[in-house]
Design a protein around this ligand. Structure first.
Ligand code: AMP
Length: 281
């Protein structure tokens, strides 16, 4: 039976009573196949799987979509049950932040300032803070994060390493529609026409990959090819960058090791991100 725990005490009690290893899948709900592939990866690897559903105010900027963020909890529960989750941690904002916003925060330095951090300066500090709280509450052996949010995955890996958190972070490949569009809760903001446009994000990244695979090793040439492909479809990216997969530092001008090509584009009400690995990491 899948249990729903709304309090930190309840979650900890469930934990103490459960046996074997625990996998944690942190989510903000509005679940889709991308989330479910994380859940399945956890079910496969760990004896028990806990999925957290919490829209974390700390990671939203003042002008972002906190209040509009899709919430579909009843549907999420049905999907999680079918995917084999054992427990759902579903705390209120008051339960997670009883004194209002957390005074203590995890600073992630420059890793939180590059890429998406340029337009979302407090986002990754908010993510790291809620994730360390979830790790402290659930105390999992494994924690699963999607490669779709590559910067988030890199930040969490680094935090776990820097702070000696006793958990193994597992990255899970991006789940895509047949058009190539990466699944995202924010795709719900798109009209059908915008959805068609959004397929150009992955198309542009794949073009960059094909240049790389054909032997192109100029960082700027690949970046510009991706950017031009987007612009040809009327999309002006917020950024297109090639970075080191672990440090997120700008990749060297001559690509002598694997890099991640990452981009963000605004389409209508949605801000969409995607990335693709160039080379074998
Ligand atoms: P979110 O609910 O958007 O915070 O996402 C929760 C987790 O699901 C994060 O680790 C995401 O990276 C992951 N995720 C979201 N979309 C996808 C996707 N299309 N493929 C794989 N993982 C995803």
């Amino acid at each position: 039976m899948m249990e729903v725990l709304r309090t930190i005490d309840g979650m900890r009690r469930w934990n103490r009573q459960s046996t074997g290893t625990i996998g944690l899948v942190p989510t903000m709900g509005a679940l889709h196949e991308g989330h479910l592939s994380l859940v399945r990866a956890s079910v496969k690897k760990a004896d028990r799987t806990v999925v957290s559903v919490f829209v974390n105010p700390l990671q939203f900027g003042a002008n972002e979509d906190l209040s509009a963020y899709p919430r579909t909890f009843e549907q999420d529960l049905a999907l999680l049950k079918a995917a084999g989750a054992d427990a759902v941690f579903y705390p209120s904002v008051e339960e997670m932040y009883p004194r209002g916003e957390s005074l203590t925060r995890v600073s992630v330095g420059t890793m939180g300032q590059v890429l998406c951090g340029r337009t979302r300066p407090i986002h990754f500090e908010g993510v790291a803070t809620v994730v360390i709280k979830l790790l402290n509450i659930v105390a999992p052996d494994y924690a699963f994060f999607g490669e779709k949010d590559w910067q988030q995955l890199a930040v969490i890996r680094r935090m776990v390493d820097d702070l000696n958190v006793p958990v193994t972070v597992v990255g899970v490949p991006t789940v895509r529609e047949t058009s190539g569009l990466a699944l995202s809760s924010r795709n719900q903001y798109l009209s059908s026409e915008e959805r068609g446009l959004a397929a150009n994000l992955s198309r542009a990244l794949r073009l960059g990959l094909s240049r790389y695979e054909a032997g192109e090793r100029s960082r700027d040439a690949i970046r510009d090819a991706i950017r031009r492909e987007l612009q040809e479809h009327g999309l002006e990216p917020e950024y297109v960058e090639l970075v080191d997969p672990d440090t997120l530092d700008t990749a060297p001008q001559v690509l002598d090791r694997p890099a991640v090509a990452a981009l963000a584009v605004r389409i209508g009400r949605a801000r969409l991100i995607d990335n693709l690995m160039l080379g074998q990491n």
